[in-house]
Design a binder for this molecule. Structure first.
Ligand SMILES: Cc1cc2nc3c(=O)[nH]c(=O)nc-3n(C[C@H](O)[C@H](O)[C@H](O)COP(=O)(O)OP(=O)(O)OC[C@H]3O[C@@H](n4cnc5c(N)ncnc54)[C@H](O)[C@@H]3O)c2cc1C
Length: 338
């Protein structure tokens, strides 16, 4: 594995920040992951695991080794119950995997089409969209333990998936390098089309196929979310707040139109986008940073913004939401400071 120094990450983060990594390498195998760990230990350097950089905000040049995990391979095995077990390399592109599975007639990923990034990053925040989350199809993952280089297999319970959350954002933050992800898909589709935007894109048809769902998700996303290749962003910058029913009811007294979704555990999910929009941020522009005009959750690099600029805007937005609604928004992407 070749370790480069002073390497530009402009192509490796969806905000397009031109930050320079002290060291950069690509890992194509589990052996490379171990070699990188040894190198970091020998040279007393920190290691940052990178997939596609679509959920990472580099605030200043990262120190140590940025290791892009590019392990490839899609293996599959048909099960007696008609399902298909997939073992996918962490470096496979997520959307390409979704399209490949659709072509093969393996179903369950259609609603997750067009989410940027690598397969190995999907468990970190339990990616989700249009009523489906990774955890719905997840079986287990293989990883290398950063503490001793050992290979481990972690099942769904161990990963502790939640809404945009997992053990890898909590007690196991920076503990594992994920090398492969196992998924269980179905040859007989069960379509999930209740999400309002999806239902309306499908015009409430009854003869919907998995390909229709895939196409509808792609077209809804293209209409709503800016393409990072054209304008730098990380998708939703904040997660939707989860509050107690008492908190939600108190807010609903003052804001009866506020969207809210009861959860299984007697909490309520609110719309971060609605809260931000209500504070007047939608379409806001200031120098090189802005808020998308169709989706208030998406912060934009309009030119030569830096991670500091984006974080400063995020702070302003979170402050104004807090002073009006008395709740603090949580930033979704990983923020990596120098
Ligand atoms: C336009 C746009 C739309 C988006 N829409 C959605 C959406 O609908 N739903 C959603 O959930 N997300 C969405 N996202 C966020 C993002 O696409 C996902 O979080 C995706 O899984 C990130 O993948 P990545 O490879 O780019 O992650 P990166 O930014 O490279 O990494 C993200 C985090 O995972 C860690 N990591 C990456 N790979 C590994 C590994 N192999 N082992 C251990 N740790 C690792 C990194 O250290 C970092 O902390 C969107 C982003 C954009 C830009």
């Amino acid at each position: 594995m070749f370790i480069e120094s002073a390497y530009s990450l402009r192509e490796y983060n969806s905000f397009g920040f031109d930050v320079i990594a002290a060291f950069f390498a690509r890992a194509g195998s589990e052996e490379d992951l171990r070699e990188a760990l040894t190198w970091c230990q020998d040279n007393q350097q920190p290691l940052f695991a990178l997939g596609g950089g679509s959920n990472t905000v580099f605030v200043g040049p990262p120190s140590g080794l940025v290791l892009q995990i590019g392990i490839k391979g899609i293996e599959h095995e048909r099960q007696d119950d008609g399902s298909v077990l997939l073992r996918v390399g962490a470096g496979e592109d997520w959307h390409s995997l979704v399209a490949h599975c659709l072509e093969q007639g393996w179903h369950g990923l259609e609603n997750l089409a067009l989410i940027p990034g690598a397969v190995g990053s999907a468990p970190i925040q339990n990616i989700g969209a249009y009523g489906v989350e990774l955890s719905d199809v997840f079986v287990q993952l293989e990883a290398i333990d950063r503490q001793d280089g050992s290979a481990v297999t972690l099942d769904s319970d161990a990963c502790a998936f939640g809404y945009r959350d997992s053990a890898f954002k909590q007690h196991w933050k920076d503990r594992f390098l994920i090398s492969r992800v196992w998924l269980k898909l179905h040859t007989t589709p069960t379509l999930k089309i209740n999400y309002p935007a999806l239902r309306s894109a499908l015009q409430d048809r009854s003869d919907v196929t998995p390909k229709d769902v895939f196409d509808a998700v792609v077209s809804v996303r293209k209409a709503r979310i800016p393409d990072p290749a054209e304008i730098g962003n990380t998708g939703s910058f904040f997660t939707n707040p989860i509050v107690t029913t008492t908190q939600a009811e108190a807010l609903l007294c003052d804001y009866p139109d506020m969207p809210h979704w009861p959860q299984d555990d007697a909490t309520q999910k609110l719309s971060a986008g609605w809260l931000i929009e209500a504070c007047g941020w939608k379409g806001h522009r200031n120098g090189a940073v802005g808020v998308h005009e169709n989706q208030a959750l998406v912060l934009l690099n309009l030119g030569d913004a830096s991670g500091h600029d984006i974080l400063a805007l995020a702070e302003q937005i979170a402050d104004s939401v807090e002073s009006r609604f008395n709740l603090r928004l949580t930033i979704e992407p990983t923020v990596l400071k120098s």
